[in-house]
Design a protein around this ligand. Structure first.
Ligand SMILES: [Fe+2]
Length: 161
């Protein structure tokens, strides 16, 4: 049983990374399998981003104190939201190419991975532990419950519009 946001979200990062590697490994062997894996990765990552933007960051932003006490004037959440926009843009670009059976996506993949690596490290080392620390035990439980409910929803319509 998972008791911390850090654990729940980091596990999802690892799960998504494994799917992405599967996509890369099958790309030049079986494009159909590769495309299916990329689609799973895309939907999964978009859901992960919705978890953050619509559930987790709200908890943190409600604790205004926490944001003010962060070093300097920079708002780490605003930066992460900006990353999300870029990440979704890369996902769409790769997806469009693959839909047309254009497998020439290496450059886009490496830009996406570079951004995602930096982004995930920041979340796993700073933001998720921060959320676990700022929220009461009850709030963490509530947040985990919301994440799990959302996990079971079919989000294909939400993310593909
Ligand atoms: Fe994120």
């Amino acid at each position: 049983m998972i008791h911390r946001i850090t654990e729940f979200m980091s596990e999802d990062h690892d799960r998504l990374h494994a799917i992405f590697l599967g996509f890369q490994n099958s790309k030049y062997i079986d494009p159909n399998i590769a495309n299916k894996l990329f689609y799973d990765f895309k939907i999964g990552l978009q859901r992960h981003i919705i978890w953050e933007e619509e559930i987790l960051f709200n908890y943190l932003e409600d604790k205004k104190k926490a944001l003010k006490s962060s070093a300097s004037n920079s708002n780490p959440i605003a930066l992460l939201r900006m990353h999300h926009t870029q990440i979704k843009d890369y996902l769409d670009k790769i997806h469009k190419k693959l839909e047309n059976m254009d497998m020439d996506t290496d450059q886009l993949e490496s830009w996406l991975m570079e951004l995602l690596d930096e982004h995930n490290i920041q979340e796993e080392e700073t933001i998720y532990p921060w959320i676990d620390e700022e929220l009461s035990e009850r709030e963490v439980e509530e947040a985990l419950r919301e994440l799990t409910i959302f996990q079971k929803k079919n989000i294909t319509n939400v993310v593909n519009n």
